[in-house]
Write a protein that binds this ligand. Sequence first.
Ligand code: GLU
Length: 415
Amino acid sequence: MTKENPFLVAQQQLDQCAKILKLDPGVQALLKVPSRELHVSIPVKMDDGSLKVFQGFRVQYNDAKGPCKGGIRFHPEETIDTVRALAAWMTWKCSLLDLPLGGGKGGIICNPKELSQGELERLSRAYINQVGRIIGPDKDIPAPDVYTTPQIMAWMMDEYSRGAGKNQFGLLTGKPLAIGGSKGRGDATARGGLYTVREAARELGIDLSRATIAVQGFGNAGYYAAYLAQELFGSKVVAVSDSQGCILSDDGLDAQKVASHKAATSTVCNFPGARAISDEELLALDVDILFPAALEGVITAENAPNIRAKIVAELANGPTTPDADVILYKNGVHLIPDFLCNAGGVTVSYFEMVQNFYMYYWEEEDVHKRLDQKMTTAYHSVLDTSRKYKINMRQAAYVVAVERVVEAMKLRGWV
Ligand code: GLU
């Protein structure tokens, strides 16, 4: 089966929202495409002396509400359309969380697992040399995403600072703590998602201390979701997966032990005491909460009818296709849509920007408290809207987010 084009998915979702809001066709047309995008060729000297040219992108989708914000992905299957979709979702995400930011996204087609540290550093610096002309602390502020790390952010910030002749800590977020990072950024995506799960569980009458959990994708967000669900709620994680396979243990998996196993063997597979299951089995487990926490296009019309989880909490961007949305809604699955559920990352990124501007850094508990407030408010505005209009949670999130962007564009005289 070929994966749906994520940008077409994002456009389809916007069309549904435009219908609900009865948007002017011109406004709808403007919101369906990025404001601007830069395509770059990035020459990198490889360790063996050869020269390799990588393709990279930066898409600035809409900055009506403030400078663009959004991560940079390093992925072998990156495409311009994936980056466009992700930039659109960032626009809605920042708006939904009521951050004074627009949406953007970047990407490089590469396989970071095949690059040495030196090659990765040269690639990261060369990318910033290319896109440096359109990004900046008050224009467009990147951050980590799939396969990019605080170390990569550090190299990129340093490269830009060299060009500027002064420290530019505010260039991007998700930096290491020692050079302008924020406390609480590392686990923010998962933690924010768990705050929305807590609110959803309250609505549905689910006792999280007895809840079971499956996590599809054991990267940064997936690992912290598993770990924090155990720590904060006492929930039981029964299954996790990564790009190599899935594991299940009815007795529960210790997230930290699985992470150490993965660090040693580079996969969650063959974790002692767990048995292997397929991707499809993981998605169909009879658990309370399913976290899709990897890439887009995982829950489709084919597997959505099998999903038995009461809550699907989308920590990944775009994991569910529009056809699958309809099925989940019909089957009574409570979906916490991606740009609500995974908004904790950009929310703490915004806190990081504020701290960089102020040159004053907050304690971790302040970050957690403010994050909780933002996520809880956003969750309830989506839930209330879904009840008011009798629409699903994703459509409701769109309605809240798009209305605010349209208001900003109108006030500015763009439309
Ligand atoms: N890459 C994350 C996201 O998709 C975080 C973006 C940011 O912190 O700017 O939301």
